[in-house]
Write a protein that binds this ligand. Structure first.
Ligand code: C2E
Ligand code: MG
Ligand code: MG
Length: 432
């Protein structure tokens, strides 16, 4: 029996999956050459919840379902899955796919006018997968669903304005790699495969070390070294980051007890992922660990990135206030690469601003670049923040920062790369 979703008039998830399963079987038995699955992500609609009434949302959902039903051929099966509307078209001609998808998106994104004359704009995206295509005939139905879900998740994580995403053999490879990483990440904390390295932070005028940034490293027994920009997003995605972050905090505090450099200004920065902020457990963890390890919490700086301020600013502010209640400092990392509105900066309880290395890379360069970086520094100072330059690689950059930009603290390969604790303890800032 077909079950229908009462909001959209489309098939329910279970009913849709039964149809999909039957089509899959037909392909495997040679009765059908293949099919295409189209998922339309409903996130833009749900994101508008704070500004639209439930009745408006329902109306929009029904209208867009109607547009889909009108556009797809009769043979298509369309269902409402959790966060998407998904359609499967049997025997769809792959050579017509591009045109078909562009037309579809064009129609879906035309303004929606309610019966009482209000107009809504939605920017919807389509995620398309062909079976057998690059998946191969052997791929079972559970794997198809798994590939499609991961594909959507990965594509959504990319900063792209593209509205049509098509699953390719590269997507398949990437997802397979991610599965591999995910499997190994699950056990990495228990297997003791993580370690922390420290990059010196230097007073650019005196050449003295004024602190360090703690950076996580993963050496997997099976995969070897995996870079943080690969494993941290995966750890966030599968939730392991909530196991990793308390581990990092503990490890850093332990290491701080063994650090040789400990002048009055010496502080260590710890990076925090967005989900750790919304998780809300960091302040308690920090309070407990600093107490147990006998570390003054004021010697710890918690770094969040600018992009975290874009959404849920209220949650971030509340957490940063808790960090301060515990006695630690707060830093805005990679400043200049996110899209925080300048107005929010005045509301955020911050102590430090770290200028992203993208700006430092351009120095000394053109006068314009220097002036621009100087204005970032001036703004940070006007907000009462300590400004740190990231990614200093050359003597010229360091000189320009001190003389023309007015930044006096920095870190970068020019002074020292991130290194394990024992090396860090032997490290002396080279005389420049
Ligand atoms: P980040 O916090 O902005 O860290 C600075 C990154 O710049 C580090 O990359 C560092 O090795 C690199 N770097 C430092 N000086 C230079 C330089 O002169 N030139 C260049 N080209 N790069 C330089 P790394 O260690 O690969 O870390 C990448 C990112 O991973 C970090 O960016 C941070 O966002 C994240 N991360 C690292 N450890 C943790 C952690 O414990 N937790 C979380 N949530 N994220 C972490
Ligand atoms: Mg950082
Ligand atoms: Mg940074």
């Amino acid at each position: 029996m077909q079950r229908v979703d009462h909001e959209t008039g489309l098939l329910t998830r279970d009913s849709f999956l039964e149809h999909l399963s039957a089509l899959h079987q037909s392909v495997q038995q040679g009765n059908l050459s293949g099919f295409h699955i189209f998922a339309i992500d409903l996130e833009p609609l749900f994101n508008a919840r704070s500004t639209l009434s439930p009745a408006d949302i329902r109306w929009l959902l029904t209208s867009l379902s109607q547009r889909l039903a009108d556009y797809f051929p009769e043979t298509a099966v369309i269902g409402r899955t959790l966060a998407e509307i998904t359609a499967v078209i049997p025997e769809h001609d792959p050579s017509r796919l591009g045109r078909f998808a562009e037309d579809l998106i064009h129609r879906l994104n035309e303004p929606y006018t309610t019966p009482d004359g209000r107009v809504f704009d939605l920017i919807l995206k389509a995620y398309i997968l062909e079976y057998p295509g690059s998946l191969g005939l052997d791929c079972d139905i559970a794997d198809i669903a798994r590939f499609h879900t991961s594909f959507i998740q990965i594509a959504k994580g990319e900063p792209s304005v593209q509205q049509i995403h098509v699953f390719t053999s590269q997507s398949k490879e990437l997802i397979a790699q991610y599965y591999d990483i995910d499997q190994h990440l699950m056990n990495a904390v228990n297997k003791n495969e993580f370690f922390v390295v420290y990059q010196p932070r230097v007073n650019l005028v005196t050449g003295e070390m004024s602190g360090a940034e703690a950076l996580l490293r993963w050496h997997s027994d099976d995969l070897g070294m995996v870079p943080p920009n690969v494993f941290i997003p995966r750890a966030e995605s599968i939730g392991v980051i909530h196991q990793i972050t308390p581990w990092v905090i503990k490890q850093v505090c332990r290491d701080m007890g063994k650090m040789k450099s400990s002048g009055p200004e010496f502080r260590v920065g710890i990076n925090l992922s967005p989900s750790c902020i919304s998780g809300g457990y960091v302040p308690d963890c920090l309070a407990q660990v600093t107490k147990a390890e006998n570390i003054d919490p004021d010697r710890i700086e918690l770094e969040i990135t600018e992009s975290q301020l874009v959404s849920r600013t209220d949650v971030v502010i509340a957490q940063l206030e808790h960090f301060r209640d515990v006695g630690s400092r707060t830093a805005l990392d990679d400043f200049g690469t996110g899209y925080s509105t300048l107005a929010t900066l005045t509301d955020i309880p911050l102590d430090i601003m770290k200028i992203d290395r993208e700006f430092i890379r351009r120095l000394p360069g053109k006068e314009r670049d220097v002036r621009f970086t100087k204005s970032i520094n001036d703004m940070g100072k006007a907000l009462g923040l300590t400004v740190i330059a990231e990614g200093i690689e050359t003597a010229e950059q360091a000189r320009c920062l001190v003389n023309d930009v007015g930044v006096h603290l920095g870190q970068g390969f020019y002074y020292g790369k991130p290194m394990p604790l024992d090396e860090f303890n032997r490290f002396e800032v080279p005389a420049h």
